[in-house]
Design a protein around this ligand. Sequence first.
Ligand code: FDP
Length: 317
Amino acid sequence: MILKQFLNAKRERGFDPDLLELVQTIADATIKISKQLRVAVLHGHVGATEETNVQGEVQKPLDVIADNVFVEACQTSAAVSFAVSEEQDNEIPVSATGKYAVIFDPLDGSSNLDVNVTVGSIVSVIPAKASSELLQPGRNQVFAAYAAYGPSTSLVLTFGDDVDFFSLNADEEYELADADVKIPSGNAEFSINTSRQNIWDKPVQDYIAASLAGEGVYTKRYNMRWVGSMVADVHRILTRGGIFLYPKDTKDPTKPGKLRLMYEANPMAMLIEQAGGAATTGYQRILDVQPEKLHQRVPVILGSKNEVERVLGYHSA
Ligand code: FDP
């Protein structure tokens, strides 16, 4: 089944046609980005620009290209009130009659761009007509998705009922590869940047030490995988289980984590919960965090439910 047919079936089941059309537009934007990535080296689109974004991060040419693709896609949809991008300081007003805000990280994992390693796009859609309605907790999302640009291009999405996994086929159309995806349990594997070990929050230090000692829920020594692109790491966990952590650390007290709440943590948390997993800051369910600003950062711990619960045990000890 291709995405268009899948969305038609949703329409018949009473989903908002405006939202479904918007999702098709978002999916088309990711196909454009996937094509750009394939030829980026040949077009000289690797390396850095001279610009930094609102996060103070150096922008790559592909960050800018992907951002333009997403903003332009939003601008073609009358259903969109605002576009909010990692790459833009403020929200971009789109349509005065729009009812959905599209919040996105157009290209996540930029540090992997120059080395031909999987990167991705992450998208969240919330109901919002006015800019005063943008700061909503993630539980209000009506749609969340990521595209992973790897050896194949994957689109994983949820409308809050289940999680469906599409793969780009030879005709450049998204085809359903797996419906109602559930995170498997039984994978003793964690994903964390261990170079920051000495600055992690203490409960996470204790959790990782116990996992390495084989004291985890699977009573064996844990394995580690870290791509360094959140999309790729989360896609692996969704596919075969395990846990991803970008915890609170002491590097900069003004930054309670590295990842951004509204376009990284929230959409991933919605997908993970819908797939039967859990997502927390260590102290609160991610989807219940009340955002105070668009580019807010938050600690992220997500993956198989029993494993996340185990980490939470160290936080409440
Ligand atoms: P990047 O800075 O390369 O864009 O949110 C950004 C992100 O990548 C995530 O995709 C990734 O999980 C994390 O940062 C990697 O951070 P480290 O620099 O600590 O590896």
